[in-house]
Design a binder for this molecule. Sequence first.
Ligand SMILES: Nc1ncnc2c1ncn2[C@@H]1O[C@H](COP(=O)(O)OP(=O)(O)O)[C@@H](O)[C@H]1O
Ligand SMILES: [Mg+2]
Length: 246
Amino acid sequence: MIIALAGKGGVGKSTISSQLIRLLSRDGVVLAVDADPNSNLCDKLGMEPLGSVGELRNDIVNNPDIVPAGISKQEYVANHVRQIISEEGNVDLLVMGRPQGQGCYCFVNGVMKDCLAKIIPVYDNVVIDNEAGMEHLSRKTLPRTDAIVFVSDPTRTGIKTASRLSGIVDEVSIDAGRRILVINNVAGPADSLLSYAAELGFEDVFLMPHDEYIVRSAVESECLDIPSDTEFGKALAVLAESLTGK
Ligand SMILES: Nc1ncnc2c1ncn2[C@@H]1O[C@H](COP(=O)(O)OP(=O)(O)O)[C@@H](O)[C@H]1O
Ligand SMILES: [Mg+2]
């Protein structure tokens, strides 16, 4: 199951991604893809990145001699991508890193895409924490998804933004699978937001409550492990169940 999370900054993508990764990792190995250069997914998971796809790509573009004679770029990338994946328990972490700089990236992007397309299906579940612009999805560096979870704050403006992002997915014709709207950080009645979401065409909508545990925890630590018996933990379990069908 390949699940991508998308939404504007600060709506809770990394919070939900990290907890979904923790939950799914109880059943098998999960590939956590940090596709937001400004993200803190690693910190929330308490993991150390070992490098990034962006650094690897820049190394090859800026210093082609880095690839030893007799080894194809394909082989070089395949070996090195494996080396930058950090592992802890049932979670493997892949960091995409900064977007590309100046220079000719087409070839290396193609190589990278092929390499990721081989790695990703090996995992039981893949969770991709995207940045607001969804660069890796729209450039198709990352493959098709089974579900995209658009995360919004509990405002009409947020839901409109999520709908716009869903429109971008249509424009770049990503094979997205199921589209889900998660309205996060809900602290009051949500009926009006739910009808607005329905008006904008979202049929699959989940609410995640505002959780004081998350607020308190963020003061004490960057790592986040929300207990399953909190309201947020229960809502997350409902979302995970719907996503995986388990
Ligand atoms: N349900 C929630 N209840 C309380 N605080 C939340 C909730 N979801 C997210 N937050 C807080 O909101 C902030 C932004 O969340 P984050 O997951 O980093 O957003 P994003 O990855 O979309 O930029 C963080 O400080 C996080 O602790
Ligand atoms: Mg984030």
